[in-house]
Design a protein around this ligand. Structure first.
Ligand code: ADE
Length: 226
């Protein structure tokens, strides 16, 4: 039995997971609720971190230090950056990086300032879960994060010009960063809710719940097959 940490930034991203847990116990640490229960043959620790990089990093570090998780899965929705993707398609992370972290003239590279590679076994478990559920279009590609909800084509194109990422969100790289510093395996699963363009806010509101549930279902299927 493994203890799997699962982080979503918003309630819509964790509600299905919370309601599926058996024998659920709750712990409150740093104003964050951690729901601990079982699913499949594993113990899950589910938390809603709140939006943004710092909330996500703090939640990941608490899961590692205080709740002893063996790995972390970040679940949720994202803005699509690639013309190959539509609302409802899934991006499983290969690599995570920040789109809002620039060192400019600081040429010396400190550790943990570049990109973070997701765990191969977790990536494979995620692709297997998509195949098992069926009817899910997914890619394994780079994801970028930053403290901005991208709702304009200018910023979107700027991010696209600087990265190879297929989608943009606000927590994945911070969770990946925290996991890398602690040698904890991780993967990020994001379903496209909007295209990070001028229409993003409207699309997000319309598809938030439905697309968040797709990622959560993949995570549940992963827990059944890990
Ligand atoms: N999460 C979902 N859509 C997003 C967007 N357009 N920008 C940042 N995070 C998102």
């Amino acid at each position: 039995m493994k203890r799997i940490g699962i982080i979503g930034a918003m309630e819509s991203e964790v509600e299905l997971l919370k309601s599926t847990l058996s024998g659920c116990d709750t712990r409150e640490i740093a104003h964050t609720a951690f729901y601990i229960g079982t699913h499949g043959s594993h113990e899950l620790v589910v938390a809603c971190s709140g939006i943004g990089k710092v909330n996500a990093a703090c939640t990941a570090q608490i899961m590692i230090d205080r709740l002893g998780v063996d790995c972390i899965i970040n679940t949720g929705i994202a803005g699509g950056l690639s013309d190959e993707l539509s609302v409802g398609d899934v991006v499983i992370s290969s690599v995570l990086s920040y789109h809002d972290f620039t060192l400019k003239f600081l040429t010396y590279r400190y550790p943990f300032t570049e990109s973070f590679t997701a765990d191969n076994t977790l990536i494979e478990t995620a692709t297997d879960a998509c195949e098992h559920i069926g009817n899910i279009r997914y890619v394994v590609k780079e994801i970028v994060s930053g403290d901005a909800f991208v709702t304009d084509s200018k910023l979107k194109n700027d991010i696209k010009s600087r990265t190879e990422a297929y989608c943009v969100e606000m927590e994945g790289a911070a969770i990946a960063h925290t996991c890398a510093m602690n040698d904890i395996p991780f993967v990020v699963i994001r379903t496209i809710s909007d295209n990070a363009d001028d229409n993003a806010a409207f699309s997000f509101e319309q598809f938030e719940k439905k697309t968040a549930a797709i990622s959560a279902k993949i995570v549940l299927a992963m827990a059944e097959h890990i």
